[in-house]
Design a protein around this ligand. Structure first.
Ligand code: AMP
Length: 216
């Protein structure tokens, strides 16, 4: 299955993509994770992307399109994938359609996650991430077993630089301006499934699996 997880920052796309990736045995491909790793390693890509990311802006389309073009060619993505955080603009969506079209493939469904702005801010402000394996936690709603440590790999958890009030505000604004138009783009192509992102990660996961079961 080839799936897109669409929705504002903080809605839980990454957490749900991680769970579904395990269930369906297809990789979760997150442009944000790939870019953060590049920033961490100070590669050429990372040096180029860092400023955009820390301010909460978008990395240029051609950069992220290039990342995805290469990543979906990897053998682990041959049987499908979950795109988390890509596409985020109309040119990215069109580039993805062309890329998949060239391979006679297409997207099976776009899961469009919804949540109130107040809850988004609450989730983003309390989010903690594992720099080792990219697992995602929340200090209150989804805490690790041992405070400040990843359950999966034991690394100390960090708060992302863009999970602070000013970048959060900017990211929500960028989402409204650049990414919301994709809702209509996929709706008009008949591939959009709406998911209510409220509730615990378990509750939301049940909604996700209920939505995709009929199309599997
Ligand atoms: P995320 O982890 O998805 O919240 O992404 C973190 C940051 O990485 C974003 O705020 C952007 O700066 C950058 N980024 C991730 N995915 C994309 C994308 N598809 N297009 C442009 N920038 C992106």
């Amino acid at each position: 299955m080839r799936l897109i997880f669409l929705g504002p920052p903080g809605v839980g796309k990454g957490t749900q993509a991680q769970r579904l990736s395990g269930r369906l045995r297809i990789p979760k491909i997150s442009t944000g994770d790939i870019l953060r790793e590049a920033v961490e390693k100070k590669t050429e890509l990372g040096v180029r992307a860092r400023g955009y990311m820390e301010s909460g802006g978008l990395v240029p389309d051609e950069v992220v399109v290039g990342i995805i073009r290469e990543r979906i060619k990897e053998p682990d993505a041959a049987g499908g994938f979950i795109l988390d955080g890509f596409p985020r603009t109309r040119p990215q969506a069109e580039a993805l359609d062309r890329m998949l079209g060239d391979r006679n493939e297409g997207i099976d469904a776009v899961l469009d996650f919804k949540l109130s702005e107040m809850q988004l801010i609450e989730r983003l402000s309390g989010r903690r991430s594992c720099p080792g394996c990219n697992a995602i936690y929340h200090v209150e709603f989804n805490p690790p077993r041992q405070m400040g440590r990843c359950d999966r790999c034991g690394e100390p958890l960090v708060q992302r630089k863009d999970d602070h009030p000013e970048p959060i505000r900017k990211r929500l604004e960028v989402y409204r301006a650049q990414t919301v138009p994709l809702i209509d783009y996929y709706q008009s192509r008949g591939r959009r499934l709406e998911i209510d992102g409220s509730g615990t990660p378990e509750e939301v996961f049940r909604k996700v699996t209920a939505a995709i079961d009929p199309i599997q």
